[in-house]
Design a protein around this ligand. Sequence first.
Ligand SMILES: Nc1ncnc2c1ncn2[C@@H]1O[C@H](COP(=O)(O)OP(=O)(O)O)[C@@H](O)[C@H]1O
Ligand SMILES: [Mg+2]
Length: 214
Amino acid sequence: MATIIGILGNKGGTGKTTLTHLVAHGLALAGHRVVAATTDAGREPLSKQHRRYLPVDARTPEALEKVAAKLANVDGWYGVLDGGANRPQTDERLAALADLVLLPFRDSPEDLRVVLRDLERFPGAYALPSQWPTNVWQREAAERALGRSLGGCASRILRPVPAISATKQLLEIVAPVRLPPQVDTAARDLADTVLARLGHRRDTTDAPAAVAAT
Ligand SMILES: Nc1ncnc2c1ncn2[C@@H]1O[C@H](COP(=O)(O)OP(=O)(O)O)[C@@H](O)[C@H]1O
Ligand SMILES: [Mg+2]
C-alpha cells in the first residue's frame, strides 16, 4: 500500500495546495513515485505535462475513495492529499487515510490560533510553518510569536518552508519544463523532513530553527 501524506487545516491560504505540489515534486526528485490528489472543488486539476509526479482529481467524495482504493493497491508509492479548508468532515476523512498529517500555517496570529486548534483535533499531526520569512529580523520575530503560541507543542513543529515567490509556478495548469533551483531545493528539503518524520529516512538536519528559538 502507498504511504499517504495529508496536508490539511481549517484555514485557507496557508499553503496547503502549494505544499502538496512542493512535497510531491521533492519526493519525485528523490526517486519516488508520487500521486498528488486535489480534493478542493474550487480548484482546477493540473496537467501531468512536465511534472515528475501524477496530479489526480479527487474533488468528489466518490473520486477520493477511488484514489484511496488505488493507492491501497500500490506498494512503494506516495500519495499526497491536498485538503480544502473549512471542511472539518473532509479533513477527518483525509486524516484517517493518512500516515502523516501536516498542518501548514503562516506567521500570523490568526493562523497560529487555527493551527493550535487543529493540532488538538489531530493529535498525531505536525504543524508546518509555511511561507516563512527569509529576512533575518522578520524570521526572529516570527519565531518568537511561534514560541509564545505553540511553545507547548515544540516537538510537533517541523522545519519551516521559506517564502519563495516562484513556488506559484508549481500551480500553473501546465508546469514549466524546469522549475527554478530554489523551488527544487525547498522541495527536496520538505521531502527530507517528511521522509524523516515517516521513519523512511534518517533526518540529518538539526532541530528546526523555529523550535530551537523557543
Ligand atoms: N512557500 C511559499 N512562498 C511564497 N508564496 C507561497 C508559498 N506557499 C504558498 N504561497 C502563496 O500563498 C497563497 C496561498 O497558497 P495556497 O497553496 O493556495 O494555500 P491553500 O491551499 O492553503 O489555500 C498563494 O498565492 C500561493 O502562491
Ligand atoms: Mg488549496
